[in-house]
Write a protein that binds this ligand. Structure first.
Ligand code: MRU
Length: 387
């Protein structure tokens, strides 16, 4: 019997975690028994859990459990809802590298708990430092990862700090959703990319948090969801989260974005970010740059929703942002089935850089940040912490 993944987590959520949520998660654990075809049953169960989670609708994506960090294996979604326990450096690094845990803020939260756990389990300082460095370097583009690890390493109480990072993310996401609300007209037709919801932040989400906030505010947006090749975070994860929030969501292949903007009266594009430079250049999931060019061509506003922790004020421009290149096999396959010839060469950058001049505004916990970014973004350094 796997452990109950709700037994530990951010303090605020734990205090309020309703018994019905715990029952819902047990239901998921018990649900993956193979008795019903996984093609539909786990998705229904996940929907059930998200629904039952109540305020915020949050599924346990990452949680502290004393001798392990529990995480939802996002590679299996939407067909299977399985939680795993990371205990060692290898477990933590593998979960991040394999994208079992993914999304810039979410890997930051996960790594924070991971390093707090390693500090408890590894007595030798040099061995611990090496483990923490491996976690910090597990993926290069999302700055939240290094930012969170550095915070935990500098803290007197690593676990307290990890919990604070998680609690802050939940509060920051709520503020982003609130601040973005005015950007979404009633009945807006929105296009989005990758997954930027609860699964990607371990809170309420960034770009998806804004969209779901608009839905809760009665604006009834219609959302075109890029499938997001090669790993289909849009089709597998974003669509699931939108549907569970009752949003009118329509899946499109990435290459349909231009026609969708032209023929479907798209009002705005909103995406998340992995790292934002001082001048507004933004690293996000591969395909974001193309969307921004298309949006400019069609006169559609292009918004990026991200927390302060995703801004890297030490990077003067996008040229300073490292871009992760992943295995060729991800491009040569579709849903883990090889589709290209065995010897096909492939180029697989996981992210691209959208120049700041193509971005209409950033939605942050501090409010909406507009050009000129060379002034408005460095100003973030002066803002007092909100949460
Ligand atoms: O490779 P992934 O799935 O970790 O990429 C995630 C993204 O690019 C997201 O858009 C980004 O991290 C923002 S998540 C709020």
């Amino acid at each position: 019997m796997p452990p109950d993944p709700t037994i530990a987590g951010p303090r605020r959520r734990l205090r309020t975690a309703p018994a019905k949520l715990r029952r819902g998660l047990r239901c998921v654990w018990g649900g993956n028994d193979g008795a019903v075809p996984t093609a539909w049953r786990p998705a229904r169960l996940l929907s059930h859990v998200l629904h039952r989670a109540g305020a915020g609708g949050r599924l346990t994506v990452v949680a502290w459990d004393g001798d392990a960090v529990i995480y939802l294996d996002q590679r299996l979604l939407p067909h299977e809802t399985r939680h795993e326990r990371a205990r060692t450096v290898d477990d933590i690094v593998d979960a991040i590298k394999s994208l079992a845990v993914r999304g810039a803020p979410c890997i930051g939260v996960f790594a924070a708990y991971g390093v707090a756990l390693l500090r408890r389990t590894i007595a030798d300082d040099a061995v611990f430092a090496d483990g923490a460095r491996r976690v910090r370097d597990a993926r290069p583009t999302a700055v939240n990862l290094a930012w969170a690890v550095d915070r935990v390493l500098a803290a007197g109480d690593p676990l307290e700090e990890a919990r604070a990072i998680h609690d802050e993310q939940i509060a920051v996401d709520a503020a982003i959703a609130e601040n973005g609300l005015a950007l979404i007209p009633k009945g807006a037709r929105v296009l989005t990319h990758c997954n930027t919801g609860s699964l990607a932040t371990a809170g309420g989400g960034t770009a998806l948090g804004v969209i779901i906030g608009a839905q809760r505010g009665g604006k009834k947006p219609r959302v075109f969801v890029d499938e997001t090749r090669p790993l289909l975070q849009g089709a597998r994860l974003n669509y699931l989260e939108l549907r569970d929030a009752g949003v009118d969501a329509v899946l499109i292949v990435d290459s349909a974005a231009a026609l969708t903007m032209k023929e479907q009266s798209v009002d705005l594009v909103i995406v998340g970010a992995d790292r934002i430079a001082r001048n507004g250049d933004t690293a996000n999931k591969i395909g974001t740059y193309a969307l921004a060019i298309l949006a400019a061509h069609h006169g559609v506003p292009f918004y990026v929703a991200a927390p302060r922790s995703t801004f890297d004020l030490s990077a003067p421009s996008g040229a300073a942002i490292p871009i992760e290149e992943r295995a060729a096999g991800e491009v040569a396959s579709f849903a883990n089935i090889r589709v290209a010839p065995d010897d096909a060469a492939a180029y697989n950058p996981a992210f691209d850089i959208t120049p700041g001049h193509l971005i209409t505004a950033f939605v942050t916990e501090f409010g909406v940040i507009r050009p000129p970014y060379a002034e408005s973004i460095p100003d973030l350094e002066l803002r007092p912490k909100l949460f």
